[in-house]
Design a protein. Structure first.
Length: 123
């Protein structure tokens, strides 16, 4: 993949990298082919933590496994694999504009992810 391009991962694209799922191999291949940093948002971090907590509550992971996944994710952020962008007022306004157009089936959080991604790609 082209090294000058920017890439943004939402939570659903990121989670299979940290837990074995049907998409894990494909996500791993994609991540390994990209030149860091890969962009994520504040929302990604919150949704990531929510998903891991849900897996524990549903007995899909133990507390120990969840802790390891969360520590690995934070380590990857700290190492520079990901660059975290803050959700700003402009992202909320852009998401609202798209949703108020009534031409999309985007849900609220997906619209916020897309607005964050869109602003990164414009830079």
């Amino acid at each position: 993949m082209n090294a000058d391009k920017r890439y943004y991962l939402d939570t659903s694209a990121l989670l299979p990298y940290y837990r074995e799922e049907s998409a894990s191999r494909a996500v791993q291949e994609i991540l390994l082919s990209l030149k860091p940093p890969i962009f994520i948002s504040d929302l990604t971090r919150v949704e990531f933590t929510s998903a891991v907590s849900r897996w524990v509550r549903m007995d899909e992971l133990t507390d120990e496994q969840a802790g390891l996944i969360e520590k690995t994710f934070i380590k990857d952020i700290d190492s520079g694999l990901y660059s975290q962008c803050s959700i700003m007022n402009s992202h909320y306004r852009q998401a609202e504009r798209w949703l108020s157009g009534r031409h999309t089936s985007l849900r609220t959080l997906d619209a916020l992810h897309l607005a964050c991604c869109w602003s990164i790609m414009l830079k």
